[in-house]
Unconditional design. Structure first.
Lengths: 259, 348, 428, 289
C-alpha cells in the first residue's frame, strides 16, 4: 500500500491520563505492521506533525470545559469516522466522579479562593457533545481490542466489542470467582473484552468498560446486598467510571417522578 | 475386560514414559482449586482432586480453535489446521466420561465434524473412580453417572497403595502394555476393589426427588411453568452455567484477520444460549428475548431436547453449573421445584 | 530585534502546555510556559470513596506513571493506617516500579527526545529509515511492560497492588524468564548508552536546587527522606515546607519553591543527590556521558534517565534473584492496625518526587487528600531556565530558537496531565 | 507408534465431511441491484458442476476476513446448471462486504444445506405462494421451478407483499409472472406512493381476493418473523390443512450443519430439519412462531 491510499488517522486527547494513547503506542510492540496499513497524521503525544486531513479520528479523554466543545465539533466535521478511545471518552470515566459532588464545592476544594481562574464544567463523555460512531471501552483500552477495532474499520466492519458480561471471559480463564473468595465483583453486569484482567489479577471488576446493554441490574444489586453491601456502598461501587450515566439516570428518574 | 494393578509408586514412571509421546492433560492444583492442564511434570498430577471449573472437554473442543487458515491475496486460498496432537486425558471423573460420550455422539451424528473427530480419535481417556462426592453440588448418583462401564480406555480405582486398572479398549490395553508396569489382579485385589466400590455407594446422596427416567416427561409437562419467569428474574445472563458445563457444545464462528487484511483464520469459539445475542438475527429480532426463555431452553436441553436428538441426557450431574451460578440457579433445585409443582397441582 | 514564539500544545510531551516567548527590542518581555491542561480535581474526587479505591483512582491521574501514583497512594494509605508491608511486598513493588521507570524513560529517550536529534518529527519515519533503533526501543519497552505485567497485571493501570500487599503473585517460572530477558537486554542497554552519548547535547548550564528522596540503603525510588542539593534533609511528612505551592493565573498547575526561587526534581536531581548508590554499570554509563555530580545542564536530564535505565535493569535482576532465593509465595495483605488516620507517601516516579497525603475516616472512607506532582515542582524551574536560555540564543533564527526551547521543555519530560490537580489542602 | 490414532473411537469423517467447514470458491458472474438494499448475485459454478440444490435450501457464503452468512438459493435448479443466484439484503458485516464486491471477485460457498420444499408432494396440487418482503428470495426458486414444469400443477397463485413499492423485489420477473395466463399474481404494499395504483395494505389483505379449493391446495410462505402468525390465520381461514402449509423459517446460524446450536427451535435444528417446515411439524414447538 502506498502512503497515499492508506487511511489517514489522527489521535486527539482531551481530559485524560493519556494511558489509552500509551496503549496505542504499546500496541506497536506486538503489531509494528500497524504503521504499514494506516497513515497517522496527528498524534500530539508522539509526533510533531499536525495533519488536519484525516478520515478516522480517535478521541481520548472526556470533555470537561465548554471551550473544548468547539475543537470536538471541528474534529467531527473533518472525520468520516469518530471513535471514542477509552472510557473517559466513551463514558466519562473517573473524571466524572467529581460530578457526584456539587461543582462549586469541588472547585473550592481544589483551587481555594482562586477557583474562578480555572474554567471547568461537569465532565462528560464526548458522546454528550458530538455524535460518535464507535467506542473502544476500557480504562485503559485493551491493546488487542484496539488492534481488532482498527482491523474492523479497515474492513468496513463494526469493531467487535462484546456485549456480554465479563464472567464469560473470567470463566474461560478458569479464575476462582471473587464471590467464592468472599469478595464482590461487577463482572456479571460489565461489558467483557478485557479478558477479565482484574479478576485474573485478584481484584474485583470495577466496570471500567461500562455496563452491557441489557444487564439484570435488580438481581445484581440483590446479589451485592446479600454480600453485605449497603445501598450506598453499591452506588459507590457502581459509579467509579460511570458517574455520568448514573447521574443522568437519577436525574431522569427525578424529573419523571416530579411530573 | 481384565483387571490390572498399578502400584502408586509406579504412576510417576507411567507418566514419565507417556510425556514424550503424548500431550498429557490432567487435574493440577491451581488458584486454590483444581484445573485440567497440560502436565509437564508428573508430580503435578492430582488424581485425588474434587472438581474443576472447566471440564476436560476443553481438550476435545477447545475454547477457541482454528477451523482453517486463509490467504486472501489471490481470490482466496484456504488451509485446514494441522492434524490433532496425540493426547491422553488422565484422571477424568466418570461424569465427564459420560459427557464425552454425548459429545462423541453429537459431533458424529448427521454430518461428522472433522475437527472434533480428529481430535477425539487422537485422544485416549484414563478415568478415575470417584470414591466420595466432589462437594454438596454433585448429583451424579441421581443422574446415573457415578460409574461408567464404557467410554474410557483405562479406568483407575484407588485401592490405597495401588490402583485397580480396568481396561476399557484395545487401545487402553496397548497403552498399559507399552508404558506401564502393572501386574494382574489377585483375588485379594478383586476383593479390595469390591469393598472399595461397596463402601463408596452410600457416601453419595440421591439428590433428585424422583427417578431421572421421569425427567423428560416432567419437562414435557412444565413447558409453561411459572418457574421459568422466576428464574428469568434472578438469572444474570452471565453464561457461567453453560461455559462450565461438560455437555454444552454450542459455538460461534468468526473470522480473525491480520492487519494486512489478507491472512487470517476462521475460528470457532464457545458460545452460550444464555447470552442476548445467541438467537438474535440481523435487524435485531431475538428469538429468545427473555432470560426466562433462555433458562427454559437451557434446562430443556439438559433434560429433554438433547435426549430426544441424541439419546443421551444433556446433564451428567457434575454440579459445575451449580457451583458457578451466583444466584443459586441449579439443576437439582429447578428439577425438584418442577416436580413439586406438578405434585401440588396433582398432575403426577 | 523583536520576536515572538508561541508554541501551542508542545508535541511529544504528556499533556498540554504552551511556550510563549516575546522579545521586543532585544529585550525579553515575556517568557512563560503555560499549562493549559484541563483541571482534573482528583483530590476532590477521592473524598467519600473507600480508601481501598484510592490507588485505583489516582493511578488514573497519569497513564505513564500509573504505577508510581498507585505505589505512592498505597504508601500514604499504609502510613495512615499503620501498615508495614512485608519484605516480599516491598521487593515486588520495587520490581514493578523499575518496570515503570524503564518504560517511561525508554519512551521519553527514544520516542519523545531522539526525533529532535535525528531531525524528524516523530519516531514513525525512523521505523523505515532506522528500523534497528525503533525495534530496539520497542523491544526494551516490551520488556519493561512485561515486568509490570508479571507483577501487577499491566503497567497502565496496575491491578494486583493493594493496600498492605498484593492480590496476585508472579510464578517463579515467570520471574526466571524475566531474569533471562533482562540479562539479554544488556546489549540493548549498552547500545542505548552508546547512541545517546554520541548525541550533540545542547550546552547550557544553570545551577539550581536539586531535590529528591534519599535512602541510606539504596538509590531511592520508594520511601526515604527528602534531600536538597543545597543541604537540607526533611522527613517526607514535612513535604509542604519544601513544596510551598503557589498559583499563577497562566497555569492550571501549581508552582513550588523551596530555598531558592525554584528547584528541579527528576532523574537529574536523583543523579546529583544519590550518585554514589547507582549500580557500577550505571556509573560507567554516566562516565560515557562525562557526567559527574553535580550536573547543572538541564538538557542532560535525559542523559540521567539513560543512566537510570542501566541502573534499573541491573537492580531488577538483583531483586528477582532475591525473590527467587526464597521463592514467591502468596500472602494475604497486611491488615490495618488503626481505624482511619493521616499519612504521607512519597516516591521518586520517573519525573521526580511525588507526594500523596491522605486523611482516612474511621469508616474507611477518604476525608481528604493532597497530591503534589513532580512536573508542578519543575515548572517554575523550567521557566527560570527559559529566561536564562533565551538571551543566549536570541540571535538564532526563530525556528532554531523555538526548537531549542521545545527541546528544553522535553528534557524536563513534563507530564502535564499529572500536574493539574490543585491547590490548597483543606484539612478535614 | 501412537496408539490412539490406530484405534479410532468415533467413525472417521468421509472425504466430503473433511470439507465440512471449508468453503469452495465461486466466481461472481453478475451483480444486479434490485432495490436500495438488495442485490442479486449470479455465481459461476467451479468446473461446471451443478450446485444440486432444491428450492428452499441455502448456502453459507463466506467473505474471508469478514465472516459467513446463510443465504437462500434464489434461482431454480431447473434454470441453469452452470450458475446459481443469491439475493442478498445489506444489513450487516458480511452482507455489506458482499455488496461491495464486483463481478469477477470470488466468494466462498458451503452447502447447499437444509431441507428444501418437498417438491414432489406439490405435484398435482393447487399452489398458493405467500412471500413477504425478502421472503420472495427463497420462494422465487420454487416458483420458477413450478413454472418450468407448469403442466404438473393445478392453479398457481402468488400473493406478494412488500413495505413500499420501492422494496418490491424482482420487478421484471413479477411482470413476467403477471403476464402469464396460468399464474395469478397479486401484489400489495403497506404504504403506496404517487405512482402506485395497486393494492395497499399488509399481505393478509390479499387473501380476501382469492378463493381456493382447500383440500387440493398447498401453501408456501416466507417472510419476516411477525408475518407468519397472520398469514397462518388466513390460510387456516381458507381451510388449508396444517400438513399442506409450508414455511421457511429464519434463525441465526453459524455452522449450517446442525452443530452450533444457534438455530435451535426447541429440540429441532432449523438448519438441518428446516429451514422449510410444514406447519404440522412445528406447531408443537413453543418457540417456532
Ligand atoms: C436459512 C436462511 C436463509 C436466508 N436467506 C437469505 C437471503 O436469501 N437473502 C438475505 O439477504 N438474507 C438471508 N438470510 C439472512 C442472512 O443470513 C442474514 O441477513 C445475514 O446472516 C446477516 O449477516 P451480516 O454479517 O451481514 O450481519 P451482522 O448483523 O453483521 O451479523 C453478524 C452475524 O450474525 C449472524 N446472523 C445475523 N443475522 C442472521 C440471520 N438472519 N440468519 C442467520 N444468521 C444471522 C451471522 O452469523 C452473521 O455473520 C437468511 C437466513 C437464514 C437463516
Ligand atoms: S470474578 Fe467477577 S467476572 Fe469472574 S466470574 Fe466472578 S463475578 Fe464474574
Ligand atoms: S448442567 Fe450442570 S450439572 Fe449438568 S452436566 Fe452441565 S454443568 Fe454439570
Ligand atoms: S450461571 Fe446462573 S446467573 Fe449465570 S447465566 Fe447461568 S443461571 Fe444465569
Amino acid at each position: 500500500m502506498s502512503q497515499n491510499n492508506k487511511p489517514k488517522i489522527a489521535f486527539f486527547d482531551f481530559t485524560s491520563c493519556e494511558g489509552c494513547q500509551l496503549t496505542v503506542i504499546d500496541s506497536l510492540q506486538t503489531h509494528p505492521e500497524l504503521l504499514d496499513v494506516v497513515n497517522i497524521v496527528q498524534f500530539r503525544e508522539a509526533m510533531t506533525e499536525k495533519g488536519e486531513d484525516y478520515q478516522v479520528a480517535f478521541i481520548e479523554g472526556s470533555c470537561t470545559r465548554e471551550s473544548d466543545e468547539a475543537r470536538l465539533k471541528e474534529i467531527r466535521q473533518q472525520a468520516a469516522v469518530v471513535v471514542a478511545l477509552g472510557t473517559c471518552a466513551h463514558l466519562g470515566g473517573v473524571n466524572t466522579l467529581k460530578s457526584l459532588h456539587p461543582l462549586p464545592e469541588v472547585r473550592r476544594y481544589v483551587y481555594g479562593d482562586k477557583a474562578e481562574w480555572y474554567e471547568t464544567y461537569d465532565a462528560r463523555p464526548i458522546e454528550a457533545v458530538i455524535p460518535v460512531d464507535f467506542a473502544i471501552p476500557g480504562c485503559p483500552i485493551d491493546r488487542n481490542e484496539f488492534i481488532g477495532a482498527v482491523k474492523a474499520l479497515l474492513l468496513g466492519k463494526k469493531p467487535p466489542i462484546p456485549d456480554y458480561p465479563l464472567c464469560v471471559e473470567c470463566k474461560l480463564k478458569e479464575n476462582v470467582c471473587l464471590f467464592t473468595r468472599g469478595q464482590v465483583c461487577l463482572g456479571p453486569v460489565t461489558r467483557a473484552g478485557c479478558d477479565a484482567i482484574c479478576p485474573t489479577y485478584g481484584q474485583s471488576c470495577e466496570a471500567c468498560r461500562g455496563y452491557i446493554t441489557n444487564p439484570n441490574d435488580t438481581s445484581m444489586r440483590n446479589l451485592l446486598a446479600e454480600h453485605e453491601m449497603s445501598v450506598d456502598e453499591i452506588t459507590t461501587m457502581y459509579t467509579m467510571f460511570t458517574a455520568y450515566q448514573v447521574r443522568e439516570k437519577l436525574m431522569q428518574a427525578e424529573s419523571a417522578s416530579g411530573r | 475386560m481384565s483387571l490390572h494393578i498399578l502400584k502408586k509408586e509406579d504412576l510417576t514412571e507411567f507418566l514419565t514414559k507417556l510425556l514424550p509421546d503424548y500431550r498429557v492433560a490432567g487435574p493440577v492444583k491451581e488458584n486454590g482449586g483444581f484445573a485440567f492442564q497440560e502436565i509437564r511434570n508428573p508430580a503435578d498430577l492430582e488424581l485425588d482432586y474434587t472438581t474443576t471449573i472447566l471440564p476436560p472437554k476443553k481438550f476435545l473442543l477447545p475454547t477457541r480453535e482454528v477451523l482453517f487458515n486463509f490467504d486472501n491475496s489471490n481470490g482466496g486460498e484456504i488451509q485446514p489446521p494441522p492434524p490433532a496432537i496425540p493426547t491422553i486425558i488422565f484422571g477424568m471423573h466418570t461424569c465427564d466420561v459420560h459427557a464425552v460420550q454425548l459429545l462423541d455422539q453429537v459431533f458424529s451424528a448427521g454430518h461428522t465434524d472433522p475437527n472434533y473427530v480428529d481430535r477425539r480419535n487422537q485422544t485416549l481417556i484414563i478415568s478415575v473412580e470417584c470414591l466420595s462426592p466432589c462437594d454438596v453440588h454433585s448429583f451424579c448418583k441421581s443422574m446415573g453417572t457415578l460409574s461408567a462401564d464404557e467410554g474410557y480406555d483405562l479406568h483407575l480405582t484407588d485401592l490405597g497403595d495401588s490402583y485397580a486398572v480396568d481396561i476399557g479398549t484395545q487401545a487402553g490395553r496397548q497403552l498399559l502394555e507399552q508404558y506401564a508396569q502393572t501386574s494382574m489382579a489377585t483375588p485379594d485385589n478383586v476383593q479390595r476393589l469390591n469393598n472399595v466400590l461397596g463402601e463408596k455407594w452410600p457416601r453419595f446422596p440421591y439428590r433428585l426427588d424422583f427417578d431421572v427416567s421421569d425427567l423428560p416427561s416432567l419437562l414435557n409437562m412444565t413447558m409453561k411453568s411459572p418457574l421459568w419467569n422466576e428464574l428469568g428474574e434472578r438469572c444474570l445472563a452471565c453464561a457461567a452455567c453453560t461455559n462450565v458445563c461438560p455437555t454444552c457444545f454450542c459455538f460461534d464462528v468468526r473470522d480473525d484477520v491480520e492487519l494486512d487484511l489478507r491472512h487470517g483464520q476462521r475460528v470457532r469459539a464457545w458460545d452460550s444460549c444464555q447470552l442476548d445475542e445467541f438467537a438474535t438475527v440481523a435487524g435485531g429480532h431475538n428469538f429468545r428475548t427473555s432470560r426466562a426463555l433462555r433458562q427454559r431452553h437451557r434446562f430443556m436441553r439438559k433434560g429433554k431436547y438433547i435426549l430426544e436428538a441424541h439419546n443421551y441426557l444433556g446433564c451428567v450431574g457434575c454440579g459445575r453449573c451449580a457451583r458457578a451460578c451466583l444466584v443459586d440457579i441449579t439443576p437439582v433445585g429447578v428439577f425438584n421445584d418442577l416436580h413439586r409443582q406438578l405434585e401440588v397441582e396433582g398432575r403426577l | 530585534m523583536s520576536k515572538r514564539i508561541d508554541v501551542h500544545h508542545v508535541t511529544r510531551v504528556e499533556g498540554h502546555g504552551n511556550i510563549v516567548v516575546e522579545i521586543a527590542d532585544s529585550q525579553l518581555k515575556e517568557c512563560r510556559f503555560d499549562v493549559v491542561e484541563t483541571p482534573r480535581f482528583f483530590e476532590a474526587m477521592l473524598r467519600g470513596r473507600p480508601y481501598i479505591e484510592a490507588s485505583h483512582i489516582t493511578s488514573r491521574i497519569c497513564g505513564i506513571c500509573a504505577t508510581g501514583h498507585a505505589t505512592t497512594s498505597l504508601r500514604a494509605s499504609e502510613n495512615a493506617l499503620g501498615i508495614k508491608p512485608t519484605w516480599q511486598t516491598e521487593l515486588l513493588r520495587k520490581l514493578s516500579f523499575h518496570g515503570e521507570i524503564l518504560d517511561s524513560h525508554i519512551l521519553h529517550v527514544y520516542m519523545l527526545v531522539a526525533p529532535d536529534f535525528l531531525g524528524v518529527g516523530s519516531v514513525i519515519p525512523l521505523a523505515s529509515s532506522q528500523p534497528d533503533i525503533v525495534l530496539r526501543a520497542l523491544r526494551m519497552k516490551k520488556l519493561s511492560g512485561d515486568i509490570c505485567a508479571a507483577v501487577t497485571g499491566r503497567h497502565t493501570h496496575p491491578i494486583a497492588m493493594t493496600v498492605g500487599g498484593f492480590t496476585h503473585f508472579p510464578k517463579n517460572g515467570e520471574l526466571e524468564i524475566l531474569r533471562q530477558q533482562l540479562e539479554a537486554a544488556r546489549a540493548d542497554v549498552d547500545a542505548t548508552v552508546e547512541l545517546c552519548a554520541s548525541l550533540p547535547w545542547p550546552q547550557f548550564e544553570r545551577d539550581t536546587e536539586y531535590i529528591s528522596l534519599t535512602r541510606p540503603d539504596e538509590y531511592a525510588f520508594i520511601d526515604g527522606e527528602i534531600i536538597s542539593s543545597d543541604g537540607a534533609r526533611l522527613p517526607i511528612e514535612s513535604y509542604q515546607q519544601v513544596t510551598n505551592e503557589y498559583m499563577v493565573p497562566h497555569s492550571s498547575a501549581k508552582f513550588t519553591r523551596f530555598q531558592r526561587d525554584s528547584y528541579m526534581v527528576g532523574a537529574l536531581a536523583r543523579f546529583n543527590n544519590n550518585y554514589e548508590q547507582l549500580h557500577p554499570r550505571a556509573k560507567a554509563a554516566a562516565a560515557a556521558f562525562g557526567m559527574q555530580p553535580k550536573v547543572t545542564n538541564p538538557y542532560l536530564n535525559t542523559a540521567a534517565q539513560v543512566v537510570e535505565i542501566v541502573h534499573c535493569v541491573e537492580d531488577s535482576i538483583n531483586i528477582i534473584d532475591q525473590l527467587l532465593q526464597k521463592g514467591v509465595a502468596p500472602e494475604d495483605p497486611v491488615p490495618p492496625s488503626t481505624q482511619g488516620g493521616e499519612g504521607v507517601g512519597a516516591c521518586e516516579v520517573p519525573r521526580g518526587i511525588l507526594f500523596h497525603h491522605y486523611w482516612i475516616g474511621e469508616d474507611g472512607k477518604m476525608t481528604g487528600a493532597n497530591c503534589i506532582i513532580p512536573t508542578n515542582q519543575n515548572i517554575a524551574n523550567l521557566e527560570g531556565d527559559m529566561k536564562s536560555l533565551v538571551p543566549q540564543i536570541m540571535d538564532k533564527p526563530t525556528e532554531a530558537m523555538q526548537l531549542d526551547l521545545e527541546m528544553l521543555v522535553r528534557a524536563y519530560d513534563p507530564c502535564i496531565s499529572c500536574s493539574v490537580h490543585l491547590t490548597k489542602v483543606v484539612r478535614p | 507408534m501412537i496408539i490412539a490414532a490406530s484405534h479410532p473411537t468415533v467413525a472417521e469423517p468421509t472425504l466430503d465431511e473433511r470439507q465440512l467447514y471449508l468453503p469452495n470458491f465461486v466466481r461472481i458472474l453478475d451483480i444486479k441491484p434490485l432495490t436500495e438494499l438488495e442485490k442479486v448475485f449470479t455465481f459461476e459454478l467451479p468446473n461446471g458442476r451443478p450446485l444440486g440444490h432444491r428450492p428452499g435450501q441455502f448456502v453459507e457464503v463466506s467473505v474471508l476476513g469478514v465472516g459467513e452468512a446463510p443465504i437462500s438459493i434464489s434461482s431454480s435448479p431447473s434454470r441453469s446448471s452452470k450458475s446459481f443466484e443469491l439475493c442478498v439484503r445489506r444489513v450487516g458485516d458480511v452482507t455489506s462486504a458482499l455488496h461491495s464486491l464486483k463481478p469477477g471477485d470470488r466468494v466462498g460457498i458451503r452447502g447447499p444445506f437444509g431441507r428444501g420444499f418437498p417438491f414432489e408432494k406439490f405435484r398435482g396440487k393447487d399452489l398458493l405462494f405467500a412471500p413477504g418482503g425478502l421472503g420472495l428470495a427463497p420462494l422465487r426458486s420454487l416458483i420458477n421451478q413450478v413454472i418450468d414444469e407448469r403442466a404438473m400443477f393445478g392453479r398457481v397463485v402468488i400473493l406478494y407483499g412488500a413495505r413500499n413499492p420501492g422494496e418490491l423485489l424482482f420487478k421484471d420477473e413479477l411482470k413476467r409472472w403477471d403476464e402469464m395466463e396460468d399464474v395469478e399474481l397479486y401484489l400489495t404494499v403497506d404504504r403506496g406512493d404517487d405512482s402506485w395504483t395497486g393494492n395497499t395494505g399488509v399481505i393478509t389483505t390479499l387473501f380476501r381476493n382469492i378463493s381456493v379449493y382447500p383440500r387440493n391446495t398447498v401453501a408456501a410462505t416466507c417472510g419476516p418473523p411477525i408475518m407468519y402468525r397472520f398469514v397462518m390465520m388466513e390460510l387456516f381461514g381458507k381451510g388449508i390443512s396444517e400438513g399442506n402449509i409450508w414455511l421457511s423459517l429464519e434463525r441465526r446460524m453459524k455452522c449450517g450443519v446442525g452443530k452450533c446450536g444457534h438455530c435451535q427451535i426447541n429440540n429441532v435444528y432449523a438448519c438441518q430439519s428446516g429451514p422449510v417446515f410444514s406447519y404440522k411439524e412445528i406447531k408443537g414447538l413453543e418457540e417456532a412462531l
